[in-house]
Design a protein around this ligand. Structure first.
Ligand code: BGP
Length: 460
């Protein structure tokens, strides 16, 4: 074995409720924005499969957890569907949902797979979105109530909790770049949404501490996209620094350091984009930083100085401050159109070590989406050698970071089984396990067997 990982390393994968559960109209679940959007604008979505069915984990969780066991998972991240646990987002908990999540958690524990539970993975209950979603401070309070219910119901068995997955994505998708509901372009509203999400996370952390869950830890999962400048000239460096402020530090700093970077505040202030805040917010953020950080890493951001001044009449956008840079010769995942840069994982971890108190962390998502993956089917199994290479190259860099003192505790692949993705549906397949969309039949891919070995040997 060339790459041995520390004792007790977390090997597993991540999923989210909306992407795998299906049964969106069963078990007394309420509607969330995805159920709604798919209903009213089906043409936005790649395929004729919606959140209603997805991979049907709701009915097949036993079989799936058995497969997790078979492929060496000792940990697994899932999310609770807010609109399943509390239909409508506020009020009584739904006993059918409690029963379902209890069964899933108990089944995982019975198989020695530690559940990591995330509270919010893009799935705002529809009624709360109609009140303004994260733009509304009242929705922040509703979220904290939901979080408390979850801690109360499952905190006796679940020890690792996460407030949000990639909170910047609903900001970008819903309020800047048109890929999440309510798909508007308005930076001021985006800033408010981002701010309220950070406040909601801190308030959930505060509530979590009151529960005094034995050995409990609370974290957040952030998609960090290291920002690389085209060159070392000052204009490129500045562009890259600002992209980093907008897309990484806007959540990383408040969650881990308990405050926003001054430079970000200055930029927003100068352009009249500051959010509405309340008295006491600063202290709230300062006192409720996370214990644990999940890092989702797919691709870096390459940046160069803005070549033309922004049109002063165009709406304020982060892109006022930089241009994207297509570096010649960069390595691409041709099946998804994303850059592959394995060293990014090392750079992220070293940054956490040097600038974020070496916070306890893990890779909470990393993976490779592939279109038309069935073309790699041979002898009844998808021969996904490209995925094995992708994972192992990232693991090498993670290993190096750990050797150099980073506090990284695990690696979760995105994702356990092929799942339904936000607007792409089943176009890009990511799983260790392939899913036949029609029959829902599960089959291990080659990478699943490989991962089992890695996990069993704690290295490769
Ligand atoms: C992350 C999300 C996941 C997942 C993944 C793959 O941003 O946390 O939910 O979808 O990206 O992206 P996609 O499905 O768009 O290819």
């Amino acid at each position: 074995i060339n790459y041995k990982f520390p004792e007790g390393f977390w090997w597993g994968s991540a999923t989210s409720a909306t992407q795998i559960e299906g049964a969106a109209e069963e078990g007394a679940k309420g509607k969330n924005i995805w159920d709604y959007w798919y209903e009213v604008e089906p043409n936005r979505f790649f395929e004729d499969v919606g959140p209603k069915e997805t991979s049907d984990f709701y009915h097949r969780y036993q079989e799936d957890i058995q497969l997790m066991k078979e492929i060496g998972h000792n940990t697994y991240r899932m999310s609770i569907s807010w609109s399943r646990l509390i239909p409508g987002g506020r009020g009584e908990v739904n006993p059918e949902a409690v029963a379902f999540y209890n069964k899933v958690i108990d089944e995982l524990l019975a198989k020695d797979i530690e559940p990591f539970v995330n509270l919010f993975h893009f799935d705002m209950p529809l009624e709360l979105q109609e009140e303004g979603g994260w733009e509304s401070r009242a929705v922040v309070d509703a979220f904290v109530d939901y979080a408390k219910e979850a801690f109360r119901l499952f905190g006796d068995r679940v020890k690792k909790w996460f407030t949000f997955n990639e909170p910047i994505v609903p900001v970008e998708g819903g309020y800047l770049y048109d890929f999440h509901y309510p798909n508007v372009v308005d930076a001021k509203r985006a800033t408010q949404v981002a701010y309220h999400t950070a406040i909601a996370s801190a308030k959930a952390v505060e509530a979590f501490r009151e529960f005094e869950i034995k050995e409990g830890k609370i974290g957040i999962v952030l998609n960090l996209t290291p920002s690389y400048p085209r060159s070392n000239n000052p204009a490129d460096l500045r562009a890259s620094r600002i992209a980093d402020l907008f897309f990484n530090r806007s959540f990383l700093d408040p969650a881990v350091l308990g405050e926003y970077p001054q430079e970000l505040i200055n930029i927003l202030e100068e352009h009249g984009q500051l959010p509405v805040t309340e008295k006491g917010d600063k202290e709230l953020l300062k006192q409720n930083t996370v214990d644990l950080l999940g890092v989702n890493y797919y691709q870096p951001r390459r940046v160069k100085a803005k070549e033309h001044l922004p049109n002063p009449y165009s709406p304020f956008m982060p892109e006022w401050f930089f241009d994207h840079y297509e570096m010649p010769g960069r390595k691409m995942n041709v099946y998804r159109g994303w850059e592959i840069y394995e060293k990014g994982i090392y750079d992220i971890m070293m940054n956490l070590k040097e600038n974020y108190g070496n916070i306890e962390s893990f890779v909470s998502e990393n993976g490779m989406g592939v279109q038309d993956e069935h073309r790699f089917l041979k002898d009844g199994e998808i021969q996904d050698d490209y995925r094995i290479e992708f994972i192992s190259e990232h693991l090498k860099w993670l290993h190096k970071a750990i050797e150099e003192g980073c506090n990284a505790k695990g690696y979760h692949m995105w994702t356990f089984m092929d799942n339904w993705s936000w607007s792409n549906a089943y176009k890009n397949r990511y799983g260790f396990v392939s899913v036949d969309v029609k029959t829902k039949e599960r089959t291990l891919k080659k990478s699943a067997h490989w991962f089992k070995q890695v996990s069993n040997q704690n290295g490769f």
